[in-house]
Design a protein around this ligand. Structure first.
Ligand code: MSP
Length: 653
């Protein structure tokens, strides 16, 4: 049995939880659930970081003692994680006695080993970051994070001989290329290590800051907050003697700990932490997994601009599963992503309501209608079409497993979606409603394959969307609660699971059509459909998008056209010139699709053309119509085409 120890950063209690904190925690949670599903022994740690300047200042501003303040904000984090059904095994707080003891123990050990020394240091100090900056790290003389001019401070302090471990760290990075992943962050650390690594100031004089863990060898000082915080990853396991420590960190085994962090705290985790561990005689972690940053459309989330995104607001508005799905699906692991409610709603409506929700609902409807809610019997005989379903499930399982291994949930969900689209396609091709009239045995076989495929998809998706997938199993009539299921048993094709009756419930993912989102979509469509009427009808509310009358819609002439030739418009980055056949008539049309389609791949395919649009000249080419396309959430253009080939010129209505 594989052991898996996953940690999130411990969050500062100087702010309440926002989207960024929720993302890391949900990502760790989905991964922990996934590993449990696959039979691993998991330990999942999260918590709050409660010492240091930042917290002391926030407490003072709130008029509370640091401890009372930390208790209150830590409580808000714990409550938020409860509402998001985070399945952590422990919530650590750095003000708790066992952690304080472990920090002092490690400090003592490193001090005795001679890797902590006393000295004087003068340097540029940023109070926001609570650390000294080297001149070369500053941007225009300012802290790159806070954009404030640091203060020059000269004082006596304790230093950790971090520089001594530079070579060892470089050797470790060379021997374990996936120590820090994705690679771009490994490269960032390597770039940093090109310069000599300086020693780390690990104390703050009590005269300046009291809110910290006293140094065991000099109580005039408290511990630098990062030196204190990083140790949580082992103090939580009762370092050095605890059973948990032996099981998930120490002992003879290969390191298994996996830290998950945002890119903002790469340096402490990629440089301070491994060198601290070596100095303390503790083995290093297995992987540092680094994700990108969520920004909002206006840039960084900012309190003063009122752009901080609160996770629970979104859960209240869109449901907890949709929120989790969106975060996991939207962000390419390692890269930054932009958060917007429009993008969330687009995913909710397209992936969840349309693809998954419809699949479950149409299947349950058929099971109720044709089998009176009875669960179809597994069938031995299967056609090639049927067999494609278990094959898709197996392929998705393997792909998802390998993606989740490196926290790449966007890839895992993409792979699992192959099952959902495969099953929807299967329904469209086998048409169970036609079998119902003439071939009841075939119908039973088909419905079994659908039922089983959805059962499998829900199991694989349950770490990402726990409640919705539990509801899917209940609708399918499965009595075993989904969190009890394991891949090796209930995850095999046709495995027996406790079964009752299929009962279609409430819509799993109701479509969201908010006025604001409709208005945005309409504005985008309005830009595209040049010439469409903008006149308001009397029934419309102010601010609502103008609605078309059937007559107005009827003025649009939409036709299917076949592409017979395609080439890039010279000197244009976006435009493609298409020659299209409308059945007896050929036209030239210009489309802004070059970034998403190579011209040669377009020849032979069918498109939908707005055929009665006034001609327009673009970069010297006259376009006699407009090709219809959708814009995907990532901004890519996706051409519309008929579901199967029809004669060119066919009318679309
Ligand atoms: N207390 C330190 C961490 C100590 S770990 C030993 C800290 N806390 S924090 O409250 O500032 O949280 C930082 C972490 O929150 C990031 O690494 C990331 O996990 C998450 N995020 C905060 N804002 C974020 C975004 N805008 N986007 C994505 N995640 C970010 O640093």
């Amino acid at each position: 049995m594989t052991r898996f120890y996953v940690t999130t950063p411990i969050y500062y209690v100087n702010a309440t939880p926002h989207l960024g904190h929720a993302y890391t925690t949900i990502l760790a949670d989905a991964t922990a659930r996934f590993r449990r599903l696959f039979g691993d022994t998991v330990y999942f740690l999260t918590g709050t970081d409660e010492h240091g300047d930042k917290v002391a200042q926030a407490a003072a501003a709130a008029g509370e003692s640091p401890q009372a303040y930390a208790d209150r904000i830590s409580g808000i984090f714990q409550e938020t994680w409860r509402r998001l059904t985070i399945t952590h095994d422990q919530f650590i707080r750095t003000t708790a006695a066992p952690h304080r003891k472990a920090v002092q123990r490690i400090l003592q050990k490193i001090h005795e080993a001679g890797d902590i020394y006393f000295g004087e240091y003068g340097g540029q100090y940023c109070f926001g970051c609570e650390r000294f900056y080297m001149e070369r790290e500053l941007t225009d003389g300012k802290c790159p994070d806070h954009l404030t001019v640091p203060t020059y401070i000269k004082e006596e302090n304790y230093f950790f001989r971090m520089g001594k471990y530079q070579e060892r760290l470089l050797r470790h990075l060379a021997a374990h290329p996936d120590f820090i992943r994705p690679e771009r962050y490994r490269n960032e650390v390597l770039a940093f290590l090109k310069e000599p690594l300086e020693d780390l100031c690990i104390s703050r004089p009590k005269a300046r800051l009291q809110w910290g863990i006293p140094l065991p060898f000099d109580d005039r000082y408290v511990t630098y907050v990062w030196f204190d915080a990083l140790i949580n990853y082992v103090s939580a396991l009762d370092y050095p003697d605890g059973d948990l420590y032996a099981k998930f960190w120490g002992g003879e085994q290969e390191p298994i700990a996996q830290h998950l962090i945002g890119k903002d705290i790469l340096k402490p985790h990629g440089i301070y932490w491994p060198t601290m561990l070596w100095a303390a005689g503790i083995p290093v972690y297995r992987h540092l997994n680094v994700h990108g940053y969520w920004t909002v459309e206006t840039g960084k989330m900012s309190k003063s601009r009122g752009t901080v995104v609160r996770p629970l607001d979104l859960v209240d508005r869109y449901g907890y599963d949709a929120f989790r799905y969106f975060l996991l699906r939207e962000m390419v692991f390692g890269l930054d992503a932009t958060f917007s409610e429009e993008a969330l709603v687009a995913r909710l409506n397209a992936d969840l309501a349309n693809d998954l929700g419809n699949l479950v609902s149409r299947t349950c409807t058929m099971l109720e209608r044709y089998l009176q809610g009875r669960i179809p019997a597994p069938s031995a005989a299967a056609t090639t079409l049927d067999m494609a379903l278990p094959q898709t499930v197996e392929a998705a399982k393997a792909a998802a497993r390998s993606a989740v291994e490196s926290f790449a949930w966007h890839r895992a969900l993409e792979a699992i979606w192959e099952i959902v689209t495969g099953a929807n396609r299967y329904i469209d091709s086998v048409k169970p409603w036609e079998l119902a009239k003439r071939h009841p045995t075939d119908l039973e076989r088909v419905l079994f394959h659908l039922w089983e495929t959805i059962r499998q998809a829900a199991l694989l998706l349950s770490p990402a969307m726990p409640d919705a997938c539990a509801a899917i199993w209940r609708q399918l009539g499965i009595t075993l609660p989904i969190p009890k299921a394991r891949m090796s048993t209930e995850g095999t094709w046709g495995a027996p699971v406790g079964t009752g009756r299929v009962e279609k419930g409430e819509a799993l993912f109701p479509r969201v059509e908010t006025a604001a989102i409709r208005a945005k979509v309409a504005a985008a469509q309005g830009r595209a459909a040049a010439g469409a009427s903008q006149r308001k009808t009397s029934s419309e509310q102010p601010g609502e998008p103008p609605l078309l009358t059937p007559e107005e819609f009827g003025r649009l002439e939409l036709r299917v056209a076949s592409v017979v030739a395609a080439e890039a418009v010279p000197k244009s980055k976006k435009l493609v010139k298409l020659r299209v056949d409308l059945g007896g008539e050929q036209r030239t049309v210009v489309a802004g699709i070059l970034q998403d389609y190579a011209p040669e791949t377009l020849v032979g395919r069918q498109v939908i053309l707005v055929a009665n649009l006034k001609a327009a000249t673009l970069m010297g080419v006259t376009s006699q119509g407009m090709v219809l396309a959708a814009t995907a959430p990532d901004g890519r253009v996706v051409l519309l085409q008929p579901d199967r080939e029809v004669p060119p010129g066919s009318i679309v209505n």
